[in-house]
Design a protein around this ligand. Structure first.
Ligand code: HEM
Length: 240
């Protein structure tokens, strides 16, 4: 501790630094550097500067270490214990990745590190019931091309006001109309392009198909799909 005294006392051993030209108002008191920092015990009777044992003598950490080094540890000089393989936590009993099969659940084990079941299922195949093989040249892009070709897909000269009794007359494949959201479309040209098949599409021929259409695929934009097939607007039956 004696070496610290030089910092706090203004005794004569402090070297005075005279102000120089560049800092005329400053003066610094620099302690004289002592030869050695070791405590000689002469003026610090009763003080103990030895660092505390770490871990503390009675700590749980020390109690957990090997008793063979107890004599060293009491002086805080113990070496850390190096764990052998058998002292380490054993690895989980998971089977290798090579044994995993998609769709086959891993053996039930709470300690398994395998991915959860949901990610081992094979992709779901679409239901065959709804799948319809479209003829070559009748895909969505082909329908888009036909719509923009300028070909007449309406079959009428002007847009009409169409009551249900008139709609009803157009229920054949060669002449099929349906109403979706108040608009009447000629669906005959679209029949071979419909991804759900002709048969399903014909279920709404000659009638208001809004409900069945929305129940089947509300996300499909009929307005856009059939804009080139618009023939008129559904109106209520005229009272005669
Ligand atoms: C009247 C106007 C209709 C239009 C413009 C239309 C259009 C479409 C379109 C664009 C798809 C493909 C949807 C997708 O991949 O997400 C589709 C699929 C389908 N549509 Fe329609 N549809 C119409 C009416 C109907 C009707 C009345 C039915 C009968 C219930 C129907 C049954 C189906 C079915 C089952 C599919 C699924 C086909 C598959 O994924 O393989 N559609 N339709």
């Amino acid at each position: 501790m004696s070496y610290l005294r030089g910092w706090f006392s203004l005794d004569t051993s402090a070297t005075r630094v005279e102000p120089n030209d560049s800092h005329p108002n400053q003066s610094l008191s620099v302690p004289e550097i002592h030869e050695e920092y070791e405590d000689d015990g002469s003026d610090t009777a009763g003080e103990d500067d030895a660092p505390p044992a770490f871990p503390a003598i009675n700590s749980a950490q020390r109690a957990a270490t090997s008793p063979s080094s107890s004599s060293d540890s009491s002086r805080g000089l113990s070496m850390p214990t190096i764990l052998t393989d058998s002292a380490l936590m054993p690895p989980p009993p998971a089977p290798g990745l090579a044994t995993r099969r998609p769709g086959v659940p891993p053996p039930q084990s709470s300690s398994s590190l395998l991915a959860p079941m949901a990610t081992t299922q094979p992709p779901k195949r679409p239901s065959r019931r709804d799948k319809v093989a479209l003829a070559p040249g009748f895909g969505p892009l082909d329908w888009g091309n036909l719509k923009s070709s300028g070909q007449d897909l309406r079959g009428v000269d002007t847009l009409m006001r169409i009551p249900p009794s008139m709609l009803k007359l157009h229920n054949k494949k060669e002449d099929a109309w349906t109403a979706i959201n108040g608009k009447v479309y000629n669906i005959t040209p679209y029949l071979p392009y419909h991804p759900g098949g002709e048969k399903e599409l014909m279920r709404v021929a000659g009638r208001d198909g809004t409900k069945l259409f929305s129940l089947t695929h509300a996300w499909v934009n009929a307005d856009f799909m059939l804009d080139a097939c618009l023939v008129g607007f559904l109106v209520s039956e005229p009272s005669s």
